[in-house]
Each structure stands twice: as structure tokens, then as C-alpha cells.
Design a protein. Structure first.
Length: 196
């Protein structure tokens, strides 16, 4: 009787999850149709910006925008203008999604791109110098405290190490590239040696 009860409960939960997924896709489809029915490209981009501000730029909508751009890019039956519009909408959505990322992660991703040790130290000094924060389409001037960035680095490294042991975030392990982890270890040492 308990086994039948567990099977019934699992079936109800699976149905609920599927219903939520369908509802999310339907909501994303409505948002996507609203975006692409905009009278101008600027109006469509503003709609994406507004959705991001309201934290409604969800994964289902991002999937639809990405899929539309990908299908358009591969198609030879679509005009180049339509491809350009979908590409612009895709880039706008990706840019907004990156803005939702914590600033420390954005700083960390930037620091990981710097290879030269001198330039890295200079960029870290800039990142740890308080000032006016500016966020724009092409430029971000963000700062944080060394302790906070160190904590984020340690969190990522711990997640990676725990997942290697099989105790945490097994699916995320594939996303953690060993070269990135090595660079994170180096950044951690630079922060510890120069800023803590």
C-alpha cells in the first residue's frame, strides 16, 4: 500500500512539474510574440529591457529567443534583415541576462580574461578601489572588496572540488573547465598575497 502511495505521489509530482513547464513555455511564447510584434527594433529591445528589470527574462524566454536566432541563422529562406533583427534581439537579451549576474561574478569573469600579471594586478586594484559604479552597454565600472571577491572564488573552487568528490553539483562539474579552475586558484593567491 505504501509503495502504491509513493508511485501515485511521484505521478502527481511529475504531472505538476510537466504542467509548470508547459505553463512557463506558454508564458514565454506570449512574451516572445509580444516582442517580435513590436513596431520597431528599438521598441522590441525596450520590451526585453523591461522584462529584465522586472526579473521576467526567464530561461524559457531565453531559450525561445536563442532558438529563433539559431534557426534564422541556419535558414536560407529568411531575409538577411530578419536574421539581423533576431540577432540584435538575442544580443540584447544576453546583455540583459549578464546584467542580472552578481557584480563580483562579472568582475571575476573579466579578471579571468587577463593573461599578463602586471595588467591583472592593475585590474584588481581598479576592482578594489571604491568609486562610482557605471553600467552601460559597452563599459562596466564595478568595484568590490577583496574579501568578497575572495569568498566568491573560494565558493566556486569548493563547488568544483566537492563535485569531483561526487558530493555536490554533479551536473555542474562538466561546466567547470580545469583551465578556468587553475586560473581561479592563481587569482585567489594574487588576492590573498596583495589585498588581504
Amino acid at each position: 500500500l505504501a509503495r502504491i502511495g509513493n508511485v501515485c505521489l511521484a505521478a502527481v509530482q511529475a504531472y505538476d512539474n510537466a504542467s509548470q513547464s508547459i505553463e512557463a513555455l506558454n508564458a514565454a511564447e506570449l512574451k516572445f510574440n509580444d516582442i517580435i510584434s513590436s513596431p520597431t527594433l528599438d521598441a522590441a529591445c525596450r520590451k526585453i529591457d523591461n522584462l529584465a528589470e522586472k526579473k521576467e527574462l526567464d530561461s524559457a524566454l531565453m531559450l525561445m529567443i536563442t532558438k529563433a536566432w539559431s534557426a534564422a541563422k541556419e535558414s536560407n529562406m529568411m531575409k538577411d534583415e530578419a536574421k539581423d533583427i533576431l540577432y540584435h534581439l538575442y544580443k540584447t537579451a544576453v546583455g540583459n541576462l549578464q546584467r542580472l549576474m552578481p557584480k563580483e561574478i562579472r568582475i571575476l569573469k573579466y579578471l579571468l580574461t587577463i593573461k599578463d600579471p602586471e595588467e591583472l594586478l592593475h585590474a584588481m586594484r581598479d576592482a578594489f578601489t571604491p568609486g562610482v559604479e557605471l553600467e552601460g552597454k559597452d563599459v562596466d565600472c564595478l568595484y568590490t572588496k577583496p574579501e568578497v571577491l575572495h569568498t566568491w572564488i573560494q565558493t566556486v573552487l569548493d563547488a568544483y572540488n566537492f563535485s569531483r568528490e561526487g558530493t555536490l553539483i554533479r551536473d555542474a562539474r562538466d561546466l567547470m573547465h580545469p583551465k578556468v579552475i587553475q586560473r581561479l586558484e592563481e587569482l585567489k593567491k594574487v588576492v590573498e598575497n596583495n589585498f588581504l
